[in-house]
Design a protein around this ligand. Structure first.
Ligand code: GDP
Ligand code: MG
Length: 447
């Protein structure tokens, strides 16, 4: 069982602010990432210009998935409960697309705008944002004019729903940092408080607080920050399209490298049975055998069951880069017509043939996978890949569909019957195959 409360060196962190415009979220975030450039990241909602708003969390999770990344700041105002709730929902829904299912994520909240200081916050932030001028992705003073900028900011202040730690969604944070609001260099004070509180709550994330000199330097640098993205709010961003849905593999297989040798072993296996031997040669001569011999490791359908779901997601995480690359290569024409493509991975699997199962519909081989309890796949270094196992109860290769209408899953049924000893059926022939040879297959993603 996974202990989600445990915090250790594998734990990753997300920071969700609660704020209104101009409180210094971006300045504070920049200061923090200047202090920890390798392990802390920062994704700004203001940099996201497409229609798909969940890109904010998708980009954040993508960054957090990097091995060295420990903490990502998801920079958005989240001034209403609805927005905070949405972040938690997105996280729940999308987390496993980017991180292994057992990755423990802690969510830290930072409240930037104390409710009892709201009138002061109004004055200071309006002065600041006017001074910020055009130095923002969407709120550009010269284009909007002072009146409109003040109008936008007032809207946020009016709708603001401050932190209410006792009720959902605000009671879902693992840690809440409640900042004060000072006139002078509030972001510098903010950063120091954030560092102290995180150090206290999660020393594993921050074993040491940086020196004041380092913090000052990081802060000064962050005041010079200039955005690189230009965002037009309200009018839609030109012809930006909704991000297409990620195409995922339909099944993951191990494709045997030695096709002919497998055929030869089957031939030897049936040699003593004249009837089967003749039939087999007939099928072979008529080119009826499967073109590729593969062991299915997992199918998207098996991911519907509870146990299968976890394992399937683990596979998707393992091959995240290959899946992303496939999607990038198929961006233009991903209308769903480009199926049946296989992508090789660098993982492989070793296996031996065990039994030939033959009935009137299908011929299949039950195989024995090498490996141990932790897994069966081998990575480029020759090490076992932790946690990845075959999702099928009985790993097998479909050799021939005698009945061409039969579905490939029928092999599952037959092999499970044989393996459980239930196949007393006259029509099912089971023959032991020579298991002297160890075969190698490559793990392939089949889209
Ligand atoms: P956000 O809207 O919450 O992301 O606020 P920003 O971080 O963009 O801050 C708004 C403006 O105030 C920017 O021009 C910042 O440079 C400036 N600012 C933020 N924090 C401080 C601070 O502590 N001291 C000073 N002098 N300016 C600040
Ligand atoms: Mg900002």
């Amino acid at each position: 069982a996974i202990d989600y409360d445990k915090v250790d060196e594998h734990t990753k962190f997300l920071i969700f602010p609660i704020s209104v415009i101009g409180c210094g979220k971006t300045t504070t975030s920049q200061t923090l990432t200047n202090l920890f450039p390798e392990t802390w990241g920062h994704i700004q909602n203001d940099d996201i210009t497409g229609k798909d708003k969940s890109q904010l969390i998708k980009k954040s999770l993508e960054l957090l998935a990097k091995q060295e990344m420990k903490c990502v700041i998801v920079d958005r105002n989240n001034h209403q409960f609805r927005e905070r709730k949405q972040l938690f929902e997105w996280l729940d829904e999308l987390k496993e697309d980017y991180l292994a299912y057992d990755t423990n994520i802690k969510v830290i909240g930072i409240s930037f705008a104390p409710y009892d200081k709201l009138s002061k916050i109004r004055d200071i932030t309006m002065q600041r944002v006017i001074k910020r001028g055009n130095n923002h992705q969407s709120i550009k003073l010269d284009e909007l004019g002072e009146k409109k900028v003040i109008g936008i900011m007032s809207g946020f202040l009016k709708r603001y729903q401050p932190l209410n730690i006792d009720k959902s969604p605000d009671n879902m944070f693992d840690l809440m940092i409640e900042l004060d609001f000072n006139e002078i260099d509030s972001s510098l004070t903010n950063v120091k408080q954030i560092l102290n509180e995180i150090h206290r709550a999660y020393p594993i994330l921050m074993p040491e607080i940086p020196t004041d000199d380092k913090i000052d330097e990081a802060f000064r640098k962050s005041l010079e920050y200039k955005p690189t993205v230009r965002k037009i709010v309200g009018k839609g961003n030109g012809n930006q399209q909704k991000t297409p849905k990620l195409i995922r593999p339909v099944y993951i297989s191990v494709n045997a490298r030695e096709h002919d040798e497998i055929i030869n072993l089957v031939r030897q296996g049936v040699a003593n049975n004249k009837d089967l031997s003749q039939k087999f040669e007939g099928l072979l001569a008529n080119d009826r055998l499967q073109k590729d011999f593969h062991i299915t490791l997992g199918h998207v359908m098996s991911s519907r069951e509870k146990e299968g779901k976890k394992l399937w997601k683990l596979y998707l995480t393992r091959y995240h880069d290959q899946i992303t690359e496939y999607n990038n290569n198929h961006k233009e024409n991903n209308s769903g017509n480009n199926q049946n493509t296989s992508v090789n991975t660098t993982d492989k699997l070793k296996f031996k043939l065990s039994k030939l199962c033959w009935d009137d519909k299908i011929i299949a081989i039950v195989v024995e996978l090498s490996g141990n309890e932790t897994g069966c796949l081998i990575d480029v270094n020759g090490d076992i890949v932790n946690g990845l196992k075959c999702l099928n109860k009985v790993p097998h290769i479909t050799v021939c569909k005698i009945d061409s209408n039969v579905k490939a899953v029928y092999s599952n049924v037959l092999c499970e019957k044989v393996q459980s000893g239930e196949a007393q059926d006259e029509n099912v022939k089971v023959l032991k195959l020579s298991d002297a040879k160890e075969f190698v297959g490559d793990v392939c993603l089949n889209f």
